[in-house]
Design a binder for this molecule. Sequence first.
Ligand SMILES: Cc1cc2nc3c(=O)[nH]c(=O)nc-3n(C[C@H](O)[C@H](O)[C@H](O)COP(=O)(O)O)c2cc1C
Length: 456
Amino acid sequence: MMSEHKRFQYEAIGDMKADIAALGLDIPLDKNLELLKRPVQVGNKVIPNALAIHPMEGCDGTLDGKPDELTFRRYERFARGGAGLLWVEAAAVVHEGRANPRQLYICAQNKESFQKLLDDMIKSAKKEFGSGYKPYTVLQLTHSGRYSKPEGKPEPVIAAKNPYLDGNLPNDYPIISDEELEKLEDRFVEAAELAREIGFDAVDIKSCHRYLSSELLSAFTREGKYGGSFENRTRFLLNIVDKIKARLGNSIDITLRMNAYDAIPYPYGWGVSKEDSHKPDLSEPIQLIKILHDKGIKLINISCGNPYYNPHVGRPYDVGPYTPPQHPLEGIAKMLRIIREIQQSIPDMAVVSTGFSWLREFAPYVAAGGIKEGWFKLAGFGRQAFAYPDFARDIIEKGAMERDKCCIACSNCTVIMRDGGKSGCVPKDAKVYGPIYKEGRQGKPPIKGEHVAEHI
Ligand SMILES: Cc1cc2nc3c(=O)[nH]c(=O)nc-3n(C[C@H](O)[C@H](O)[C@H](O)COP(=O)(O)O)c2cc1C
């Protein structure tokens, strides 16, 4: 158990290797980065390299859910940065399912703005890398479920009671009905149709981080056709997949970002051992991914944990809301083990891995090692893309990332989000996000280990 926040900065890869060995971890490393430059085939489409930018909400849309100035800026920077897979952040399919008043909302009235967002991304990428270059683009579709906050105050939509996550919710707080869930399935289909018309390569039925579809996967205690058995708990997600296929055929790919391990005790968490929630049990997640694969899904992005409840699980950090109970490398090793088990159980699936930002400039070696060892096919970067949008270009063209540009896992991008601001990297994009951070912190107690002042 670590007793306080610790800032890590390895001087050389050997120092990180020494910690990996001292902790008895299995983390693959390879200095040959060639595999990261290779295209990845997904069905009949090609992702131009094995580097991905994860979906990352900027909370910077207009109040009616259109991409706004900072949204366009972020995606233009990502597109110019050279990652082959650009996964656009969570866009709500209904207003009441938005996680904040500035979350993107994909609906007919906002279609033109989303069209501009995608067109600008493709144009920027082609300008940098040539007219023959095209990144693979995904739009993540979401209902924020218990984390819905469409007007800035919590308006939870819960699929099942959960003593770990319910907080102050009264005992008689309503649970979303089967009829409402069935109607929501259709909203996802409508959103997918818009994404297809706009020209995204794929839609992601977001099923991670305990938002609505993710919560349903663990709705062991829910009654009715969306709760209890494996078949019932996966019904919402699989119905959406089937309905999209029925409406749109193969004209748009379907993918999903799925939690494989919630790290919340059974019967309230998904992918956990019934005896010990510290241990993953991937039998159900793998069973589900096999069903999805049989339905034609060829790409899946794996994540873990819940950013509100146990953020150290899915986004290892140095400074954050609590002192992490483990060395960040232990968290990364655990996530990679989970991802390896999934990839090796469904070898045909292109699995996108999570867990690289904390590794800073050494991440490419883990990405290359994991791909070489067959643990995953693509390496996805989240916070790193806020800090260092050109990371992929540097890996591909220079064979290295620059330490000074790297994410330092300070969690300030998350702090901005929780404070209701527009999110980005405070230390490395300080001119834009320093003032936003400061404004959001006004009148609030300092965060343990806060060090933003050094950067702005
Ligand atoms: C500010 C912020 C916004 C995020 N928004 C999303 C999102 O919209 N969808 C999603 O699936 N994950 C989201 N995530 C999680 C990231 O995609 C990623 O899984 C996480 O940061 C761990 O990867 P990393 O270590 O490379 O940062 C967000 C994370 C942060 C810090």
